[in-house]
Design a protein around this ligand. Structure first.
Ligand code: UDP
Ligand code: MG
Length: 336
């Protein structure tokens, strides 16, 4: 906690962004473990920024306590629940540090990995992402669907999303600045991290089961998450129907030609009702599906075109250490 006194005023800074939604039961344990890790880090001034994503279980009150006890802890409270992706973006918007770590509040991401991430960052990497080697406490179905998703993303988009990675990562200042420039409303962070490029490297770790509370990511949410990923980074589903349509048209043409030949050669017996139904239903289904796919994209276009703010803040508490320190690094930069 006395980090600010040990390190000179111009030491590089590390900020840890923690999105938290109804994490009250485990938050104190998380903070203590993170604090232990950060206290052992040398040569860096550290800050913790919690983002309360509209919790209803007293997370905000607990954050208030934590920020009073720890001079290096700050927090934001969003005006309602905006979802993890937006909560992280709010955090990234409000930090001013040379390196930023994003970590879950449920201790599934071990804070003990942070020193190794810092090492890699000092070696010159801009994005140091944690890569799971084991997913303990997650079902077989979740693991296989996740693997399938990454594999198909690699095929249908131009960006390369590393498999078995989450949001747990360290970002350099310029990576954070790059991410801040993305103001899209429907955001798929895993894709954005890959999009920005720069030097990236993995640090392997074993993912723990949730510490307290329960995951909010059920299968329906995961499916929507996957849709978000696909529609944000690929237009292949749209193009797919061009080719399906073309194929269907060619088949229909061939079939038509065959009927003509057949009628000329063998006369014209009454055509079958079942085959008619199959063709009508098949084409009707395909058309609805194609409309649905267009709708997914159109809906997202509609969301973007409204240009609404990404989130609203209910409250913002800066770290006591920053209040004492006077002008922040941003102010210094502006007056220079
Ligand atoms: N989270 C959030 N907003 C939400 C849902 C989750 O900020 O709407 C936070 C949550 O508090 C946790 C992290 O995102 O710190 C990961 O959430 P969770 O553990 O539910 O996801 P999982 O580990 O199952 O991917
Ligand atoms: Mg979790």
């Amino acid at each position: 906690m006395a980090n600010a006194d040990i390190h000179p005023a111009n030491a590089p800074t590390l900020a840890v962004v923690v999105p938290a939604f109804n994490e009250a039961p485990g938050l104190r344990a998380f903070h203590a473990r993170l604090r232990t890790v950060l206290d052992a880090v040398s040569g860096l001034a550290t800050r913790i920024l919690f983002v309360d994503d509209g919790s209803t279980d007293g997370t905000a009150a607990l954050l208030e306590e934590l920020s009073q006890e720890d001079a290096e802890t700050a927090f934001l409270v969003l005006s309602r629940n905006f979802g993890k992706e937006v909560a992280m973006s709010a955090g990234l918007d409000h930090v001013d540090a040379d390196a930023v770590v994003i970590i879950d509040a449920d201790l599934q991401d071990p804070p003990e990995l942070i020193p190794e991430m810092i090492e890699r960052w000092r070696e010159g990497y801009d994005v140091v992402y944690a890569q799971r080697t084991a997913r303990r406490g997650e079902s077989w179905l979740k693991r296989t669907t996740a693997a399938g998703f990454y594999r198909s993303m690699r095929h249908i988009s131009t960006i390369e999303i590393p498999e078995d990675t989450g949001d747990f990562r360290l970002l350099s200042r310029r990576a954070v600045e790059a991410l801040r420039r993305f103001r899209e409303r429907r955001r798929f962070m895993k894709g954005l991290y890959a999009w920005i490029g720069f030097k990236q490297i993995a640090v392997p770790y074993a993912r723990e089961p949730r510490h307290a509370g329960r995951s909010r990511f059920n299968y329906w949410r995961l499916w929507n998450f996957a849709l978000e990923g696909i529609t944000s980074f690929s237009t292949i589903p749209l193009q797919l129907f061009t080719y399906l349509g073309l194929t269907a048209a060619l088949l229909a043409f061939g079939f038509g030609a065959w009927i003509i030949v057949k009628t000329l050669l063998w006369g014209d017996p009454v055509a079958g009702y079942p085959s008619m139904m199959v063709v009508i239903l098949f084409l009707g289904g395909m058309q609805l599906l194609a409309l649905g796919v267009i709708g997914e994209y159109l809906g997202r276009l509609f969301d973007e075109s409204k240009q609404r703010p990404l989130y609203l803040l209910e409250r913002q508490q800066t770290a006591a250490a920053d209040e004492e320190a006077g002008p922040t690094a941003i102010d210094r930069a502006h007056s220079a």
